[in-house]
Write a protein of this length. Structure first.
Length: 194
């Protein structure tokens, strides 16, 4: 496990340790983990295993339900919201989760793109995601012409049931300016080679 993976895993576990007494995660309802990626992949598997071990060590008795969105590329992003709805709909009523854990930016964006009525009030913890996200387009949108807008979780979702998370913070405008500068430089370099 790399140092970065270990640090991220440690932060997720520490965050969960702080939240366990708050949410009282024991009982009949499962803890639902929704992963953007294949949970058998090394880093994802390691994070999930560490989470499950720490959860049990701290006295958590709920079953862990692991679901995979199986996200592969952005070209399939219009399908992610529907996948999230399908996964969440499996856990309703007596089977509703005590806590939902979202792993990865794709799961995060899909969740934030849902209407409040579908998201519900289940406490949510996010991991390996960004403070900024884009709301996903519908499946009729042409991704070649789509102009996404970034949303800020902290300002755009004040009444969300998301209780905690380990989120990255990016300066979106600065990143765009860097890309523009790099594109200009690349164009100049190409022109000078001719």
């Amino acid at each position: 496990m790399t140092d970065v993976s270990r640090a991220i895993s440690s932060c997720i576990i520490a965050l969960f340790c702080c939240l366990l007494p708050v949410f009282s995660i024991t009982g009949e309802h499962p803890v639902l983990i929704i992963s953007s990626y294949n949970p058998d992949a090394g880093r994802t598997s390691g994070n999930i295993s560490d989470f499950m071990e720490e959860f049990q060590r701290l006295g958590g008795t709920n079953t862990i339900a692991l679901e995979n969105m199986n996200c592969k590329s952005f070209s399939e992003s219009p399908l992610w919201e529907r996948r999230m709805v399908e996964l969440l709909s499996k856990y309703q009523g007596d089977n509703s989760p005590a806590l939902t854990v979202l792993i990865g930016q794709e799961a995060w964006a899909a969740y934030l793109s849902l209407p409040d009525s579908i998201r519900g009030n289940t406490p949510v913890v996010s991991a390996l995601s960004s403070r900024n996200a884009i709301l996903l387009p519908g499946d009729t949108v042409d991704l070649k012409t789509w102009m996404p807008e970034s949303v800020d979780f902290f300002t755009d979702f004040p009444s969300s049931p998301i209780k905690a998370g380990f989120v990255y913070e990016y300066d979106v405008e600065a990143n765009i300016n860097i890309l523009k500068s790099a594109t200009k430089l690349f164009s100049v370099l190409l022109a000078s080679k001719r």
